[in-house]
Design a protein around this ligand. Structure first.
Ligand SMILES: NC(=O)c1ccc[n+]([C@@H]2O[C@H](COP(=O)([O-])OP(=O)(O)OC[C@H]3O[C@@H](n4cnc5c(N)ncnc54)[C@H](O)[C@@H]3O)[C@@H](O)[C@H]2O)c1
Length: 338
């Protein structure tokens, strides 16, 4: 089927395009290249043997979207496009709400005009805020997030909830990702943050490859087994497969569906540092610093609902995540080059 993939040249979008093509679907990619490079298209083509259709443009541009829907017989949309840096969102709330919330509304309006009512949206475990219990199930309370990025995800979820309440012929799937990491096993595609990485794994990888001196570990006095924060890391290719499962299970089945995409297992910051050292064959330097405001102690997913309804379960463990990240980082020390 023809699937419009917004933000399809980004980290998760590019891996999802590869999995879509492998499954016989045709991704139509749009991206404004604010956080990605055209080189990604070459990499997707090299892996898949198919060069996806690509149009450079912005999801907030309704006329641009109308043109894309008019040109292709799109049956479903996977909506990755957005800004994702928590710290930056505190400094630039208007940009985050405009891109993430307004962008999703413009997209939904353009979809309705085009008669396309199947959408999968990239939400985040951040909508759960500081969870009352782990593992976190999909019916846990949401909305108590502490930063504009998290609130933008929560707001888009609420907008889609209200849209479905008003127009029940939509099929809307909200996927709440836990912590996506890893890279394609070829070593040719992976996460390529611009500037200082916001997330743990790319930071560790850049220390390991010599681009940065050492990792800052924020807090070692949390109530966790080794005192450092615990998260549910999920391999990006498993995550991409989760989108495929959602697409297969739900397209054209009207409803509002919500799934966690995680592994159901928690790993601490130091677990990840040690796993990465094993993958790259040398120590990764780190230094403990005070806790950061807003960080929570631990968080991992209940995966039962996705497994039961979508038949999806993450296959790759932490060792695979670090081995694949290291292959990508060591083969592309400066990320994608154009
Ligand atoms: N990576 C994570 O840790 C994580 C966790 C939870 C949720 N998410 C969400 O998943 C989605 C994809 O994340 P990612 O890690 O692949 O991020 P990414 O930045 O690598 O990819 C997003 C892509 O969207 C593009 N883009 C941004 N704004 C756009 C706009 N207005 N119009 C068109 N294109 C635009 C960027 O150029 C980029 O290629 C995001 O919505 C993100 O918030 C990511």
């Amino acid at each position: 089927m023809k699937v419009l993939v917004t933000g399809g040249l980004g980290y998760i979008g590019s891996h999802t395009c590869v999995q879509l093509i492998a499954a016989g679907h045709q991704p139509i990619v749009i991206d404004n290249l604010s956080n990605s490079k055209l080189e990604v298209l070459n990499r997707v083509e090299a892996i898949s043997g198919v060069r996806p259709v690509f149009h450079q443009g912005d999801v907030r541009d309704e006329a641009f979207l109308a043109g894309v829907f008019a040109e292709y017989d799109v049956q479903a949309v996977i909506h990755f496009a957005g800004l994702k840096a928590v710290g930056e969102s505190v400094a630039k709330p208007l940009e985050y709400y405009d891109n993430n919330v307004n962008g999703s509304l413009v997209l939904a309006r353009a979809m309705r005009s085009a008669g396309v009512k199947n959408i999968i949206f990239s939400s985040s475990a951040t909508v759960y805020g500081d969870p009352q219990e782990v593992p976190i199930t999909e019916d846990a309370p949401t909305g108590a997030t502490t930063n504009p990025y998290g609130r933008s995800k929560y707001m888009v979820e609420e907008c889609f909830r209200d849209l479905f309440a008003a127009e029940d012929d939509w099929s809307i799937t909200l996927l709440r990702y836990f912590n996506p990491v890893g890279a394609h096993s070829s070593g040719t595609m992976g996460e390529d943050p611009q500037g200082i990485p916001n997330n743990l794994m790319p930071f560790i990888a850049q220390v390991a490859v010599g681009r940065r001196e050492k990792l800052a570990v924020f807090g070692d006095d949390y109530p966790t087994p080794d005192g450092t924060g615990v998260r549910d890391y999920v391999h990006v290719v498993d995550l991409a497969d989760g989108h495929l499962a959602a697409l297969n299970a739900l397209t054209d089945k009207a409803g509002l569906h919500i799934y966690n995409l995680g592994t159901g297992k928690g790993s601490s910051v130091l677990d990840m540092v040690h796993a990465f050292s094993a993958a790259c064959g040398h120590d990764v330097a780190y230094e403990v610093q005070p806790r950061r405001p807003g960080d929570i102690a631990e968080c991992w997913a209940s995966t039962a609902k996705a497994e039961q309804d979508l038949g999806w379960k993450a296959q790759r463990d932490v060792s695979q995540m670090t081995v694949d990240t290291w292959r990508w980082q060591s083969q592309n020390p400066q990320g994608y080059q154009e």
